[in-house]
Design a protein around this ligand. Structure first.
Ligand SMILES: [Fe+2]
Length: 564
């Protein structure tokens, strides 16, 4: 049984399952080079058919994980909420949402029929796809699941109960009029950034703020009561000029930091209360949907200590819908989807060796991992930024050693310098990576069984040692968003670079940040990486073919080393 999953919404993607395993998953943006690509993932599908040698006849079922049409529960909650709010705009909103979803669905069918004739196609609910991908990836036998995002199939949040034996059952639905994702998006726009894209900057800004009366004012617009998300009669959390105007008036007396703090406060307050109300203490909790891309929210949920186990799906946004759709089709065909072992599900660097830029490039080939990683460690010690290109690319928003930039974290000023060099404006510091054996020295109450640190989906409070030795990766609230890896990690070069830095130079923590150009998706091919090198985003590229690649005239790019 081979199943192709497709999502053509925000951050469109494909996933491909053989029997009960997902063997390939790729976001369209990685090939199209358009961040959060919207529309049919044509290039990814062509890649699967051409480079992975999957024939049309190999595919038994196509699972569509975009928009199935609203469930009864979502429709009922929307109507209830619209009646209570007495806001006429809710009717317009309903028409618009249904039209948008219909357009996506139409786009899917037009394109899929151009690729395949007479295939069985199954459509799955947007939030059910979020839930299924996360639940089966967790490997738990039973769990509760929370899926919260901007919107999808008229919903912005659903709470589910799941077990491998009985499947996934809907417990509570919150319609899109109660969207916490859109509230966060509104504040993102209000502070001058793009919603659906820059929400992470607001999370970073929030740590600079403090509690003000604005928290209560926002809670008057959208709040929690007895298991419900309540919205004020005069407020709908959408990014429309009128709604933004209202929000702007309320926020006017407050600083950007205080505004960011307030929206983060409201988000954490409502989600925490929903957890206390709906989630039993003894059952693991699984989280998915764009809201749980918020690493500070995820830290807060862990620190509630309400459930012993928490799993955050690494591709929590809509990019993960194709993965969930495959899981659901597997279940519908009598299979139990396999647990996620890692997120390296995309194309390998070595599958695409051709490149266009050939002048002035030096390739230095090393004969062993030991020699290669010793040289890389030396370069890191000297202050270089290393671009690592190892094996299959990550499925999900984070660079996790497949396509990463690595450098030293022992000087706070490095954030400013590297941000300038990469043309980024971030309020969060860069994220750290270290070995599992060292993590308890750097993070308070570090849980060695916490799988989320494999995927950088949560924050931890840092110890004084971390603050002192690696300040570049510690935020103003003394937290960091770590990746922690051990000797079993599938990226051997990545693991050995970190090990060598520690052995040879006593550097136990490195910065691991996205290998990409400003506002572009993470690099996928050597070509993408070379373009990035040419833009001076890094000093050299290290590949899984044991090469260190650099431009001959790149020697004067060591701006970082001048300060370290
Ligand atoms: Fe979604």
């Amino acid at each position: 049984m081979n199943i192709l999953g497709i999502n053509n919404a925000h951050n469109s993607s494909i996933s491909y399952g053989i029997k009960n395993e997902i063997v390939f998953a790729l976001a369209e943006e990685r090939i199209s080079r358009i961040k959060f690509h919207v529309g049919f993932p044509r290039m990814s599908l062509n890649y699967l058919l051409q480079n992975k040698k999957v024939k049309s006849s190999d595919i038994d079922i196509i699972a569509y994980g975009g928009y199935k049409g609203p469930s009864l529960e979502a429709t009922k909650d929307y109507i209830d909420c619209a009646i209570k709010s007495k806001n006429k705009k809710t009717a317009d909103r309903l028409t618009k949402s249904l039209n948008v979803d219909h357009q996506f669905s139409k786009d899917f069918y037009e394109n899929i029929h151009a690729f395949f004739k007479d295939k069985q196609i199954i459509e799955y609910d947007h939030h059910l796809c979020h839930a299924a991908g996360a639940f089966y990836a967790s490997g738990y036998d039973k769990s509760y699941i929370m899926t919260f995002d901007g919107r999808g199939d008229l919903q912005s949040g659903v709470i589910w109960e799941a077990s491998k034996s009985n499947g996934i059952k809907r417990i509570k639905t919150f319609c899109e009029l109660k969207s916490l994702g859109f509230l966060y998006g509104q504040i993102t726009e209000l502070l001058g950034y793009k919603s659906h894209r820059h929400e992470g900057k607001i999370t970073g800004l929030a740590a600079f703020g403090k509690k003000t009366k604005l928290c209560d004012k926002l809670l008057n617009l959208i709040s929690y009561q007895n298991g419900e998300i309540i919205i004020s009669k005069n407020f709908i959390p959408f990014n429309k000029p009128n709604e933004l105007k209202k929000l702007k008036q309320i926020c006017a007396p407050y600083s950007d930091y205080e505004i960011a703090f307030a929206v983060q406060f409201v988000l954490e307050y409502i989600i925490s209360n929903l957890i206390f109300y709906y989630i039993p203490k003894k059952i693991p909790l699984v989280l998915s949907g764009g809201i749980f891309g918020n690493v500070k929210l995820n830290q807060k949920i862990r620190e509630l200590n309400h459930t012993k186990k928490i799993f955050i799906f690494p591709e929590m946004g809509d990019g993960g819908l194709s993965y969930g759709a495959v899981c659901l089709a597997q279940v519908d065909n009598g299979l139990i989807p396999k647990k996620l072992s890692n997120v390296y599900l995309g194309p390998s660097y070595s599958e695409n060796k051709s490149f266009n830029i050939s002048t002035g490039i030096n390739f230095n080939k090393y004969n062993s991992i030991d020699l290669l990683t010793s040289e890389v460690a030396k370069r890191i010690y000297d202050g270089q930024i290393i671009g690592l290109l190892e094996g299959k690319i990550e499925f999900g928003p984070r660079s996790l050693g497949g396509r990463s930039l690595l450098f030293k974290a022992d000087n706070k000023k490095i954030n400013e310098i590297v941000n300038k060099r990469l043309n980024r404006t971030e309020f969060m510091p860069f994220a750290p990576v270290c070995l599992l054996e060292d993590a308890p020295y750097f993070y308070h109450n570090f849980d060695k069984k916490d799988k989320n640190v494999n995927y950088m989906t949560t924050c931890y409070m840092c110890t004084d040692i971390m603050l002192k030795k690696y300040p570049a990766v510690v935020h103003i609230d003394k937290t960091a968003r770590p990746q922690v890896i051990d000797e079993n990690h599938p990226k051997k070069i990545y693991y050995n670079i970190i090990k060598k830095c520690k052995e040879l130079y006593g550097i136990a923590v490195l910065v691991n940040t996205s290998f990409n150009n400003h506002e572009e998706p993470i690099v996928m091919t050597l070509n993408d990486a070379l373009k990035s090198l040419k833009k001076n985003n890094c000093d050299c590229i290290v590949t899984d073919t044991m090469n260190i690649i650099e431009y001959e005239d790149n020697k004067n790019n060591l701006e970082v080393s001048q300060i370290l």
